[in-house]
Design a protein around this ligand. Structure first.
Ligand SMILES: [Zn+2]
Length: 415
């Protein structure tokens, strides 16, 4: 089976052009623009020969039956919604590479043993419903709660109404959710959204895990004083203490760069009070975000950081507290799926690199149903979620080739 690079690229161009004209490349979930993209996709699925329908959770699914009765389906796909202004390839590459694989199978007369499902998951990106993401994959895996369905966006629409708007059946979501162990495997092609593959000139990234993300609120408390009348030795400057924490976090995370499961740490949000030019900062509240595939490293990073810097802060007469805000555990990609991707890439003369996904994906939820894997392709300068996001036709096709090969191997190897 060979994939058609020109057809794949033409489809990427066609679907990406279905964008809000004033802010390319935008196709937000639960909008008429999104439905326009969905209608186009459903027509392409059907023309390619896929049995096509929308499931209860609002996912668009095209299916080919397998030759052996009773085998679980192999799922391939991604998402067709975008963040504002940035989604020319993020998401649709995975959906259209999956469609290309399915169509190539049909055209070459190749029948898989397993059913094959091409999935466009609903609303992978943070939605207008209080930022909830991965809505379709949550629904499919039984992780979408009544509380989620009651969320409302600014115009008053509830998520329940939103799912009905895109053709789902919210009342059936709970009963129709798939069970753990109900899929043979899930594979997704996605742009890397980083610079590792580009730097190393590797066409295929084999994702090792989708990182866990932990956020903590770190508060440094000193004393606000007059910036002119308070001599240096008498100050309790909370921002100086915050700077020590930021520097230490950077160093600790940097030291893991060469590890098999590196950790990244960011203080991306910081509030200083009183935040005035003539006042010694009395309090700093900042958000520490830590991501890694190593769950223990993620959960202990903040505590260890504060413990290490505590003596320095005490010398500055500062107090520090850390409280958790949120915690999402990492998800490992299955060894069998990773091996199939590696074997498929080798058979296609495509160089590979193992790497973690620093961004969240639908695979986090689909992993509740069966083994998952992800194939990354390089994107220009690592840019994503921005209008500058770019890939080459050959890079898209390499991702589809690795996917096609991995699907064939998994079909042979899996029960
Ligand atoms: Zn994406």
């Amino acid at each position: 089976m060979s994939v058609d690079q020109l057809r794949l690229w033409a489809r990427l161009e066609s679907l990406s052009r279905l964008t809000d004209p004033d802010r390319p490349w935008t196709r937000r979930s639960f909008t008429s623009r999104f439905l326009e993209g969905r209608a186009w996709l459903a027509a392409e699925f059907r023309a390619a020969g896929l049995e096509t329908a929308i499931d209860a959770g609002g996912n668009l699914i095209g299916r080919i039956e397998g030759t052996e009765q009773g085998l679980k389906p192999i799922l391939i796909g991604s998402h067709s919604d975008t963040v504002p202004s940035g989604g020319r390839y993020d998401g649709i590459l995975g959906v259209l590479a999956a469609l290309e694989v399915a169509q190539s199978l049909i055209e070459s007369g190749t029948r898989l043993r397993h059913p094959l499902e091409v999935v466009d998951f609903l609303a992978e990106e943070p939605s207008e419903f209080e930022g909830l993401s991965c809505i379709g994959s949550r629904a499919m895996s039984g992780a979408l709660t009544p509380q989620h369905l009651a969320l409302r966006r600014a115009d008053g629409m509830s998520l329940e109404e939103g799912i009905a708007y895109v053709g789902g059946r919210p009342a059936e979501i709970a009963l129709s959710a798939r069970r753990p162990g109900s899929i043979a495997a899930y594979l997704e092609v996605h742009i890397e959204q980083g610079r590792v593959l580009e730097n190393e000139a590797k066409p295929v990234g084999i994702v090792t895990d989708i990182v866990g993300i932990r956020r903590e609120r770190i508060t440094v408390t000193g004393r606000a004083d007059h910036a002119g009348a308070t001599p240096m030795p008498l100050r309790s400057d909370a921002l100086v203490g915050a700077a020590r924490l930021i520097e230490a976090a950077y160093g600790r995370a940097l030291a893991t760069s060469g590890d098999e499961q590196p950790l990244v740490a960011t203080f991306g949000k910081i509030e200083v009070s009183p935040n005035a030019a003539n006042a010694v900062p009395g309090e700093v509240v900042m958000t520490l975000e830590v991501r890694s595939g190593n769950e223990a490293a993620v959960s202990t990073f903040g505590t260890a950081l504060v413990r290490d810097v505590q003596p320095e802060l005490a010398a500055l007469r500062l107090a520090v507290t850390a409280e958790p805000i949120s915690n999402v555990a990492p998800v490992a990609c299955a060894p069998a799926v990773r091996t199939a991707i590696a074997d498929a890439a080798k058979a296609n003369d495509l160089g590979t690199r193992d790497l973690p996904s620093g961004a969240g994906h639908d695979g986090v939820f689909v992993s509740r149903l069966g083994p998952i894997g992800m194939i990354f392709v390089p994107c220009l300068d690592g840019r994503s979620h921005a209008p500058e996001e770019a890939i080459e036709p050959g890079q898209a096709a390499d991702g589809a080739r690795a996917l096609a090969g991995a699907v064939s191997l998994l079909d042979e190897r899996l029960d």
